[in-house]
Design a protein around this ligand. Structure first.
Ligand code: VIB
Length: 227
């Protein structure tokens, strides 16, 4: 039996992703104790992150070599803009933050570095770079959601239960599975050197995911106030 490329990736990223579950921000989401000011920082930074993230799918759609892949990217694009970002808009409304205010958030240093890394790779390469760039984000949130959903009380009604519900939902599991399948299709027949290069992208984006959790935990923006 041949191993899937995503199984090989899993072996590399598992230790990094397990570290997310030990991170105070993620633990706070799971046990419902996360400080709301920290969550607000995540909400705003993640909103502007998702705007650039959505562009990645648009790039993927334009670079797709067949209609099937074009449709997959378009579906993923819709998933970000109309499903995932609705979660953010709903939470923002509870905080009294408008859509416009969310959208006007200035991206922090880490948000900028992370989205610029993915956009640069996706603009330079073909669909393989796009899929390698988006994979860890989607799959790791689903991994976190499903892990937290097993924690006692995580799905009981608390401020963060809809977060856990959304990222562990069947709909998001399917989106992550679809992206994994796409990665496996694209990896098929590629030489080892190319597979190793794509693997590095998934490892780096997984590291960026950790940095993002840490940035929101510390409510970081930019290191020096230049107002
Ligand atoms: C920093 C950061 N990383 C990953 C996600 C999760 N995510 C991004 S796109 C997508 C799939 C379709 O919307 C998912 C699950 C996030 N929100 N923020």
């Amino acid at each position: 039996m041949t191993t899937l490329f995503t199984d090989r990736l899993w072996n590399r990223v598992e230790p990094v992703w397990n570290s997310y579950l030990e991170h105070p921000f993620v633990k706070g989401l799971g046990d419902g104790t996360l400080e709301q000011e920290k969550f607000k920082h995540w909400l705003k930074q993640d909103y502007v992150y998702l705007i650039d993230y959505a562009r990645l799918f648009a790039i993927g759609s334009s670079k797709a070599e067949d209609l099937d892949k074009m449709v997959t990217f378009a579906k993923l694009l819709h998933g970000v803009l109309d499903v995932e970002m609705d979660l953010h808009r709903n939470y923002a409304a509870e905080f009294g933050i408008s859509k416009e205010e969310l959208e006007a958030t200035e991206a922090s240093a880490i948000t900028t570095a992370y989205t610029s890394y993915m956009l640069n790779l996706s603009q330079r390469g073909g669909v393989e770079n796009v899929v390698a760039s988006v994979l860890a984000c989607e799959w790791s949130y689903n991994f976190i959601g499903k892990s937290l959903a097993k924690w006692p009380g995580a799905l009981d009604d608390n401020f963060y239960s809809s977060w856990v519900e959304m990222y562990s939902s069947n709909e998001f599991t399917e989106l992550a599975e679809e992206t994994k399948q796409l990665m496996n299709q694209i990896a098929e027949g590629k030489p080892e050197q190319e597979l190793a290069r794509l693997e590095e992208i998934v490892v780096k984006t997984s590291q960026f995911e950790y940095m993002f959790w840490d940035m929101v935990e510390k409510k970081e923006d930019w290191p020096v106030n230049a107002e």
